[in-house]
Design a protein around this ligand. Sequence first.
Ligand code: AMP
Ligand code: MG
Length: 385
Amino acid sequence: MHPYLQVLNLRRDVKPARPHVSYGWTAFVLAVGLWGMGAPVPRPPVAGVDGWTQRTWVVMGTYLTVRVRHADSAYAERILDGVIDLVQDLDRRLTLYDPSSELWALNRQAGGPPLPVSEPLWDLLERALAYSRETQGAFDVTIGPIVQTWGFLEGPRRVPSDEAIARARARVGYTKVELDPSRRTVRLTTPGMVLDFGGIAKGYALDRAVELLQQAGLRDALLNFGGEIYAMGTPDGGDRPWTLAVRHPRRPDRVWREFPVRDMAVSTSGDYERFFFQGGRRYSHILSPWTGRPVETDVVSVTVVAPSATEADALSTALFVMGPERAQALVGADRCRYVLWIRQQGRHLIEDPRSVWPPRPCPSQGSRPSRTPKSNDPSPDIRPQ
Ligand code: AMP
Ligand code: MG
């Protein structure tokens, strides 16, 4: 194996001191690098050596590990302080049931008048809605009531009645969010609406962190936020990109595939992350806004590589909902969106031939990581008939 290998999808649970409802509050999947995690593969460069400085925090209910390369480790530490300040600030704004959080206030206002929101919440919401439009609602940031009904936010997890699902669905729909850019206000038009950024917030936080690192003059870094990865530059300041690996979805001790990445983000969504069993069936935490139920699919995991972590995060969630057939129009080397589909076929796992893999460097890509589609981007028809 490659000496700098970083493996995605190692399961690791965090139980925060207080329930962290905006991101779920029990099990979280980690796509971890192997720094000190005891995984049976070679280690990347050691922190403190070769100019590398690394820190890990628990935030947003999961682990954030950032490793940066800079000759002055005191400077690197100060930058890392800035990263965690930034992410904790986002976390405070997006926590669902903390009455002091901005998102709590916005959700409480559902059905009422518009509410002015902060720049980060506005920016994230605009991006989330753009991905909703692009995926024709497969990714839907208003999914909260359905997530709640299935018990994925506060528990207990259970199969709700058809009536409960219908009631939740009536409160879901990204077109029910009204933005007024001139006043920077948001109106949730239907009472009981709940915005849930669980499918995009970590990616967004990573992009903001990457911007901060770039502004600080850092070129090489590896960021891992509960499974969302951004690989900046190279592991040794040379030409060789980072080598990452998708972990085997059913065998955490095994690597499925290695692949090179440079200045790109990686996100995996899968049925093995958070789920529960009832009546012998597995119910996953990714829900179809169209049916109000966990997505029923033979897709076990979908890994997306894209220029921005927001994009990779939102798309991996959306693609899991859509499946390989409908998702084809959204991915492709020409759009710098790479995808690896792993599907269950009988007792075996297979790679779907519609995968666009392995990822290649994107020539047109600038240093800014946060590409988000415009509202007039073509959107293919991917809704179920
Ligand atoms: P991810 O692990 O990034 O795929 O995100 C999964 C999380 O996103 C879930 O735990 C929910 O909070 C939320 N979610 C579930 N289904 C959807 C959906 N269809 N659109 C947007 N967010 C979703
Ligand atoms: Mg996601």
